[in-house]
Structure formats: C-alpha cells, structure tokens
Design a protein around this ligand. Structure first.
Ligand code: ARG
Length: 466
C-alpha cells in the first residue's frame, strides 16, 4: 500500500478497499504521458517563479531519468502504488529528495489524469489515422489496378447491375476517408489542455496555463476548470469514431467472407491469412475476416460502457471516471490490430477476375441495359421492362445469359431489336457508358480516384497530422 494521502485518517485503508480503488494495474500504460505532463507543469512552475530554477532543474532531471529507466527496463513499475501518478512522484522523491515533493504544487490528480488521458488518446488518434491512411493507400492502389474488372453490383444481396471492382473498392475508400476526416475533426475539438484546472476550481497560484498547454502541443488551455476535470466527451467521440471504423471494416469483412465462399469464389485469400480445420482437411477458413467482424462488438461495447458510466455523474470529478480507461485501451488495441491485419489480408488477396465477370453476366445484371436499348428505339420504358422480363425468363429456362440468346428470340418479343443488341448489353458497354458523377464508368472512376487522392493530400497537410 503506497498512497499520496492519509493525513486526515486515523485508520489504515482496508486491503481489499485499497485494491478495489487502485488503478495502477491499468493506468501504468500512461507512464510516458504522465511524465511528459509533469515536465511541462514543472517548467511552467519554474517560469512563473513558484519553484526556483534549481528546484525546477532537479525535478526535470529526475523525471527524465525515470523516463529513461522505464524505457530501458532498469525501473519497473511497482503495483504497490495506488496509481501511476503516485508511483512517479514517489520514485522522483526517492531520487532527488525534498524537491520531488514540490512537483504537485498547484496541481490535483484530477487535472493530472484528465491531461494524461488526453495525451494518450491524442497519440492513439494519430496512430489510428496513420493506419486508416495506410489502408486507404492499399485501396487506392487496388482501385487503380481494377478499373476494368467487371463484377456484379448487388442490392438485397441479389445481382443488380454490373459495376467494376474499382467502383466497389472506391465505396470503401469513401467510408475510410470520412473516418479520417472524423478523427481530424475531433482532434480540433479535443486539443485543449486541462492542466492547471486543479481539483475542480483552479488554484490560487499564478499558473501560466497557456504556457504549459503550448509546451504540450495543445492549441490552448481549456476554458472552465470544472468542465476540464470532468469532460470525457472527446473520449466518447473517439470511441464512436473507432466504432464507425470497425463497422466499416466489418461490412468489408462480411463481403470478403462471402466472396471467399465456395459459392462465390470471387477471391482467394492468401494462405498466410487463412486458417485450416483440425478435422476437415479441405478447409481454408477466413478466420481473420471473421475475427475483425466479431471484434467490432467489443469496440461498440467500450463506447456503450463509457456513455453509460458518464450519464448520471454530477459535476465535477467522480471516481466513476476511473472506469474510462480499461475498455478504451482495449478498444484502441483492438481497432489498431484489426486495421493492420485487415490491410495485410486485403493486399494479399487474389481477385478472380474472370469469375467475377462471369457472375455478372450470368446474373442478368445487363437486363436494365437491354430495356434501355429498347427505350432508345422508341419503346416506352414500362413496355421495355416487360419485354426484357420475358426474355430473362426464356434465358433462365435454357440456362443461358442474355448475351447468348439468339437474335430471333429477341425479335420474337420486339422488332426493335437489331444485331447491335449484343454490343449494347456487353458487360464492357454496360459499365463503360455509366459516366454520371460517382458511377462505375471509366471517366467517372478516374474523377473519383483523382478526388480521393487530393482529399488524402488535404488531410495529410492538416495541422497536428502533417
Ligand atoms: N486514478 C484516478 C482516475 O483514473 C486518478 C484521479 C484520482 N483523483 C481522485 N480525486 N481520487 O480517475
């Protein structure tokens, strides 16, 4: 039992109470952030003259040595302490003596923990952004390589109209670009420093909060000390952003699982990203995609947990808030692992292009185009719809595609059909003539790709991420 308080107590804390209350087993993750925050605090205390230059120098040196030793492994965090803040302060005092006891001047663990967590999440946010960035790069590369890979587009999981793989992948690029922009968005809102808010009501010391905020790379200091120590909105936003990323990954995984199935055979997953069965020798399972899909629930769980924890809390700090950490750390680890593994899986996947195009043909995805052909010849669309519907029925009975139906059969249904129908409904034509903005045609796709690339560049240049 090693704690920072006890003066007003006459009895020792019960051991089980102590253990229940302690957070060192999980908040030790923020050791580097805690030291970084303390270094800024002490520098500020020195600047405004609350500590002497000599004291400031000693504390800075002591903190730097703790950081080095933690990194090298020479110093191991002792779980005897209540939390990471107590541990760092105790080791500091052990190393530099009396001056160490002055570190906490004008500070409370409430603003300290709010700061540590913000620094941690800001790092995690940038790491997440880099991983989404890298996944988008892979997607852009695959898009470029598959501009004319025809595949069926689906609605209701029924083959609908032909698209290209580039178009399909481009849809995911849009989702992940929005995810990046959401992360950048929340960064701007969260990047204010709570240090100096004290327990809840600021302090009587003449702290220079803007100075310590600037030292820590914040855009400024927070405006209200009560809000500063009890705000966890940014964390909820981050968990919501992670949930959205996971939802996008999960939808993609669902498609990969389908495409990899014996029925679809659109793709072949790399051996390195598949697993076998202990009993069925023929199996090659898409476990990674399934796990990413499954772990999505875990990240949503973290979001729900924190929303629920926060909903009844009066101002300002309450110990409930200590529960903001474990699930959040888990969500960060989970989402980052999923992003990495998903990208590895996607970049090694082989797309079975012939099979995709064949599937588009067999699924009558060009039926709308056959009807549009008649419309161009003057047949009203509703009549054209009926004519092509009957032709599709004939094809189904014979087990062939519209492309393989003899011209006489076409002409039995409508004299408007000529021999150019085959070209009009070829997969290449169906796709290449769809060039409205956002459509799968080549001009439209080029435009999409160029805009996606420039959006990436814009995001890369944004402050805090460059
Ligand atoms: N371990 C605490 C937390 O994570 C640190 C703040 C403690 N403050 C307090 N007044 N007990 O929230």
């Amino acid at each position: 039992m090693a704690q920072l308080w006890g003066g007003r107590f006459t009895k020792k804390t019960d051991q089980e109470v102590y253990d229940f209350n302690a957070s060192i087993t999980f908040d030790q993750r923020m050791a580097m952030q805690d030291i970084r925050g303390s270094l800024a605090h002490v520098k500020m205390l020195g600047k405004v003259g609350i500590l002497t230059q000599e004291e400031t120098g000693r504390i800075e040196k002591g903190l730097a040595s703790i950081r080095e030793d933690l990194i090298s492994g020479a110093l191991v965090i002792s779980e005897e302490y209540e939390d990471i803040h107590s541990f760092v302060e105790a080791v500091l005092t052990e190393r530099i003596g009396e001056a160490g006891k002055k570190l906490h001047t004008g500070r409370s663990r409430n603003d300290q923990v709010a700061l540590d967590m913000k620094l941690y999440i800001r790092d995690a946010l940038r790491q997440t952004d880099r991983l989404v960035h890298s996944l988008i790069d892979t997607l852009l590369d695959l898009t470029q390589k598959n501009m004319d890979t025809v595949m069926p587009g689906f609605t209701h999981l029924q083959k609908a109209q032909p698209v290209t793989l580039a178009h399909h992948l481009g849809a995911y690029t849009e989702m992940f670009l929005r995810d990046r922009s959401r992360l950048h968005d929340m960064y701007r809102r969260m990047n204010l420093c709570p240090l100096g808010a004290g327990a809840l009501a600021g302090t009587t010391y003449p702290l220079d909060r803007e100075y310590s905020a600037a030292l820590l790379g914040f855009d400024g200091a927070t405006r209200n000390s009560m809000d500063s120590v009890s705000d966890r909105d940014y964390l909820i936003e981050f968990l919501s952003d992670l949930s959205m990323i996971m939802m996008h990954l999960s939808r993609f995984c669902e498609e990969i699982i389908l495409w990899n199935s014996n029925e679809y055979r659109f793709i072949e997953l790399d051996d390195a990203y598949s697993t076998g069965s202990s009993i069925m020798p023929q199996k090659k399972n898409p476990d990674i995609a399934e796990l990413v899909r499954g772990k999505t629930g875990r990240v949503y769980g973290a979001l729900m947990q924190l929303l629920t924890t926060m909903k009844g809390l009066p101002l300002a700090y309450n110990k409930d808030m200590q529960e903001d950490k474990e699930f959040s750390f888990d969500a960060v680890d989970t989402a980052c692992d999923c992003l990495k593994l998903f990208e590895g899986m996607l970049s090694t996947t082989v797309f079975n292009k012939e099979r995709m195009e064949e599937s588009a043909k067999k699924g009558f995805t060009n039926a709308t185009d056959a009807a549009d052909y008649l419309v161009r010849a003057g047949v009203p669309f509703r009549d054209a719809h009926g004519i092509v519907g009957r032709l599709v029925l004939t094809c189904i009975e014979r087990g062939i595609a519209l492309d393989d139906l003899p011209l006489e059969e076409y002409q039995k249904e409508s004299s408007a059909f000529g021999s150019d129908i085959y070209d009009a409904i070829s997969m290449k034509t169906c796709v290449s003539t769809r060039n409205t903005k956002g459509a799968p045609g080549p001009q439209a796709l080029e435009e999409m790709l160029a805009q996606q690339k420039s959006e990436m560049e814009k995001l890369d240049k944004e402050e805090g991420f460059a």
